[in-house]
Design a protein around this ligand. Structure first.
Ligand code: HEM
Length: 571
């Protein structure tokens, strides 16, 4: 026994050393092969930012996103897309043109990226046909849905589930859901009006984003299971329910598992929180699934089609009762969670941006209010009644639609990605015709943030110009083909874009003539105990002259400090 122990220890030590040497050898091998791959691309004559054999392009990542000079250090990574295009001469000193296919070697922090900042080039992998989702996208929602959700699926499985869900987002079904959206919006508007001061005075500061998140969470749950979980009316912190579970889990997502993030990835605390969130969501959704499965054929509990109904429909058509077990049950649960996940913070942050943009552009706000007066009559309280009588009026607001689209152009939310492959070489890149850009082993990063700011595609690109969305073909302001990427493009573009836009338009109709907003950043800074010297430059708190900007999160970029606002009632 005494002799066996040291031998065992020695054996373990040898194993450990063997594993470390193999690990190190693999690390250096990968290092060399990745860096050499980028060298070969450059040797092919493809545009390349200065590339270090030691660091790849990590220096650029640090300079543009992690510690950007003169910019807030918590700003969303997506902004770097625009900075690369705007300052292309600095990043590509040897080039004559701005390259709209940009290779980025971020190993070992991340997979290699190909950023595409031209809509026609992007259509080569988004539309003709859509390339598969990249594994990183899958890791991203995996803990919550085991990748059995529409966002992560690919191939025939994706096609089948997309076809099942499509009817929920038809124009007819969205109008059928409108009364429920109005109901949630009335709660939202009421909560905002409660925060106004007396007699037309400004009220106290509050964070708009939180209220908007609760609103869109309740709406997307109605779309998904036909019921609201009352996030808007549940006092904050009073319970640990669906909304809290989704919020907690979304903070734990890890986009890319690498040697630095692996410790967080395997952390027992993180995994316990993921398990807890998944359990709460599954237990809350299960009764809805059971109820839906028991309904007789043709019997529907909701006045509009819901995701849960379409998810179980297939089984109801077959002779056998649905077998809600195993992978099938897991897929139905994953679909519901996937929709709830995809459908709330995207829409909430976009609505907040619309309110922000209108506050910065009073002339656009006045024009929009005039359109609402013309369509719904001068009394703002009558808008809801008119919409109940004729829901299609929500689609008769060209200027408001322009406001929404212009907001989505200037402030895109999530940006998507695809998987490169050896059969997918990008061609006809403006300025580089005749060259072929390989994508094998790389992540194609959609450049929505840059595409939508390009002055050569969008005249007056940096300005808020809702009128461009009603400009006739031939007008210089007429939007470029496939230029709006906020919902992405092609067969895999956002399934719910029309629903999201309806939510935003309705929010603007019901709010803009009732209240005025202001963003009192100085007062907010004082409340937060921020030092005045910080706000004078030591800590950068503005992005391009705006105190409101997108901040980094593990998922959808959120808004700085949750958008502190004050409101007053309009007289
Ligand atoms: C302003 C709000 C929204 C924005 C900006 C947005 C944006 C996007 C984007 C960029 C994609 C990726 C498309 C791709 O990879 O090509 C996407 C996909 C998706 N979105 Fe949205 N979205 C919004 C609202 C919603 C809502 C309200 C829902 C649910 C009711 C939703 C459900 C989905 C789903 C399920 C997918 C995956 C579609 C597929 O792969 O077939 N989204 N969205």
């Amino acid at each position: 026994m005494d002799a066996a122990l040291p031998r065992l220890r020695e054996l373990l030590l040898q194993l450990l050393m063997g594993a470390s040497i193999t690990g190190l050898a693999y690390f250096f091998y990968r290092w060399y092969t990745v860096r050499m791959k980028f060298r070969r691309l450059k040797a092919m004559g493809l545009p390349m930012m200065p590339h270090s054999m030691l660091w790849g392009h990590l220096g650029k990542l640090f300079e543009l996103a992690i510690n950007p000079k003169g910019l807030p250090d918590d700003m969303a990574i997506n902004y770097m897309q625009w900075h690369l295009v705007r300052d292309w001469k600095r990043h590509f000193p040897d080039e004559e043109h701005c390259p709209h296919v940009i290779y980025m070697d971020w190993w070992p922090l991340s997979v290699s990226y190909v950023l595409v900042t031209d809509p026609a080039v992007a259509s080569q992998y988004m539309q003709h046909p859509s390339a598969p989702k990249i594994i990183a996208d899958k890791n991203f929602v995996y803990p919550f849905t085991r990748n059995l959700d529409l966002i992560s699926m690919d191939g025939d499985e994706w096609k089948e589930w997309r076809a099942r869900a499509n009817p929920c987002f038809s124009a007819r079904n969205i109008l059928a859901q409108l009364p429920e959206i109005i109901e949630e919006m009335q709660i939202f508007v009421g909560l905002i009006k409660d925060r106004a001061g007396k007699n037309g005075a400004w009220g106290d500061i509050f964070q708009l984003e939180e209220l908007a998140l609760n609103l869109t969470f309740d709406i997307v749950c109605r779309t998904t299971v036909g019921a609201s979980f009352g996030a808007q009316v549940t006092p904050k912190g009073s319970q640990w329910g669906m909304r809290e579970a989704f919020e907690d889990v979304s903070q734990l997502f890890i986009f890319d598992v690498n040697m630095f993030s692996v410790w967080s990835y395997i952390s027992p605390i993180r995994n316990y929180r993921l398990w807890r969130g998944r359990r709460i969501a599954d237990r809350t959704l299960m009764p809805f699934i059971e109820r839906q499965a028991k309904l007789a054929r043709g019997e529907e509990p909701s006045p509009h089609k819901t995701i849960i109904e379409t998810a179980l429909k297939h089984d109801k058509r077959s002779a056998q009762p649905p077998k809600l077990v195993g992978r099938h049950l897991e897929t139905v649960l994953a679909q519901l969670k996937g929709f709830i996940f995809a459908g709330h913070d995207t829409t909430a942050t976009s609505l907040c941006w619309a309110i922000h943009a209108l506050q910065k552009h009073p002339e656009a706000l006045e024009k929009m209010r005039a359109e609402h007066d013309a369509v719904f009559g001068p009394d703002p309280r009558m808008a809801v009644q008119r919409l109940h009588q004729d829901p299609a009026l929500i689609n008769s607001l060209p200027y408001t639609t322009g406001v929404v689209k212009e907001t989505l152009r200037l402030y895109p939310s999530v940006v998507t990605s695809r998987k490169g492959s050896k059969d997918l070489n990008l061609v006809n890149v403006p300025g580089y015709e005749g060259l072929s850009f390989p994508t094998e082993g790389m992540m194609l990063w959609d450049g929505a943030q840059a595409i939508q700011m390009r002055e050569d595609l969008w005249p007056r690109a940096a300005e808020f110009v809702p009128e461009r969305w009603s400009a006739p073909a031939g007008d210089p302001l007429y939007p470029p083909k496939d230029g709006l990427h906020t919902f992405s493009a092609g067969p895999r573009s956002c399934i719910a874009k029309d629903l999201a836009m309806t939510e935003m338009k309705l929010g603007l109709v019901m709010l803009s003539r009732e209240v005025d907003f202001t963003e009192p950043w100085d007062e907010w800074d004082r409340q937060q105990g921020r030092m005045s010297e910080d706000t004078k430059g030591a800590v950068v708190r503005e992005y391009e002259g705006d105190r409101l900007y997108q901040v980094r999160t593990p998922t959808v970029p959120r808004l700085k400090d949750g958008v502190p606002v004050k409101v007053r009632l309009r007289q």
